[in-house]
Design a protein around this ligand. Structure first.
Ligand SMILES: *Cc1c(COP(=O)(O)O)cnc(C)c1O
Length: 375
């Protein structure tokens, strides 16, 4: 068996530890999973009802053309139906974009500490990932990324795609409207470079100077916007992501994707979710209260944290994250260890229900003083 270096070097995805496994391993009744940025409320009742109603039609293939979904999304977001398509989660869309735009050896540009799927999909397509260091405050450094684009291009290294997670996972930080607009402006000199703005956490954003990606899309043919129903809408298990771009790009995605990439229940759920503004408000409020509670508690602990525009918070524990992670597991709290700038002292904590957040805070308070600092 002979496969390319890039495929051999792929790291298997580390999922958040499942609740049942943790219960079994540690002999616990109550386990709080704050590891995968999932919606702690579950799918909304409106969405659940729509799914149940669709079950008798499951002998039919899904609508490969997304007729209803496109129509509804186009009205909702003021786009043309041919500017919208969908993926099996936005993860599939990332994969498709790399396959569409990059020949093996061509470049993808993103930031260090960016969403991990950019790296995996780039490597799987035998393209080359260039990562620009983040700013001191752990944000995408779009100024430096502009410079890298110019430098790499001068060296004959063509960047076909730029991935900007806004806000980013796992840092929770965001780029401002001005920074994004300037970056899109720079890219005008590189018309074969597409700018992918991944807005998986859009609905959780509170920052006033957060960019309006759809208005950038209206002004630039290079802009591609991705959203997901996995986070705020609580249907991560169904896998639906959406992509907004100019019609020519959407056409390419539609040709490359599997025609039935989004199953019928997922399509029905996505249709119902969009109307469910009460649920949206509820999860936003829950998230913002949870985040503010985390900030207050973490400010009194021996950690550093970064204010987040998403549904999780990143902290530097200054301790070996595997040790803290393991201690938290013993207490029934599942979080996600993170490596930032090569340092294995970080944890990412998703916002859960009030009792879950309280359990996580209490566990951290108890554990941190007992684990020695390594920095
Ligand atoms: C969770 C996440 C996604 C979306 O994943 P799905 O495949 O749609 O579930 C995309 N981008 C970022 C930055 C994320 O954190």
């Amino acid at each position: 068996m002979k496969v390319s270096r890039q495929i051999q070097d792929l790291m298997p995805y580390t999922p958040g530890k499942p609740i049942e496994e943790t219960q079994r391993e540690y002999g616990l009744d109550k386990v709080y999973k704050l590891a995968s940025n999932e919606n702690p409320l579950g799918p909304s009742p409106v969405v659940q009802k729509a799914i149940i109603q669709a079950i008798p039609q499951l002998h039919r293939y899904p609508d490969a053309a997304f007729f209803d979904l496109r129509k509804k999304y186009s009205q909702y977001f003021h786009l043309k139906p041919n500017q919208i398509t969908f993926g099996n989660g936005s993860n599939e869309l990332i994969d498709l974009l790399v396959r569409i735009f990059c020949e093996p050896g061509e470049g993808v540009l993103t930031s260090a500490n960016a969403f991990i799927a950019y790296r995996v999909c780039t490597q799987a397509a035998r393209a080359v990932l260039y990562e620009v260091p983040m700013t001191q405050d752990l944000r995408f450094d779009l100024g430096q990324m502009s410079q890298s684009l110019k430098d790499l291009s001068a060296q004959g290294k063509f960047i076909k795609l730029v991935f900007i997670a806004n806000p980013n996972n796992p840092t929770g930080t965001y780029v401002t409207s001005k920074e994004m607009a300037d970056f899109v402006e720079t890219c005008k000199s590189f018309p074969d470079t597409m700018i992918v703005i991944d807005e998986a956490y859009l609905e959780f954003v509170r920052a006033k100077d957060y960019p309006d990606a759809l208005s950038l899309l209206a002004k630039s043919e290079q802009v591609i916007v991705m959203r997901t129903l996995s986070k705020v809408f609580g249907i991560a298990g169904l896998r639906v992501g959406s992509l907004f771009a100019n019609a020519a790009i959407v056409d390419l995605v539609d040709r490359v994707r599997n025609p039935f990439n989004v199953n019928s229940l997922a399509q029905v759920a996505a249709l119902a979710a969009l109307d469910d503004s009460d649920f949206l408000k509820q999860i936003q409020e829950l998230n913002w209260q949870g985040l503010d509670g985390f900030y207050e508690a973490l400010a009194n602990m021996d950690v550093q944290f970064w204010p987040s525009q998403a549904n999780f918070v990143l902290m530097d524990t200054f301790r070996e994250n595997q040790v803290v992670y393991e201690q938290l597991l013993r207490r029934g709290v599942i979080v996600r260890p993170a490596v930032i700038n090569g340092k294995k002292t970080f944890l990412r904590l998703s916002v859960g229900l009030p009792e879950e957040n309280a359990a996580a805070i209490q566990a951290l308070k108890d554990i941190l003083p007992k684990v020695p600092r390594i920095r």
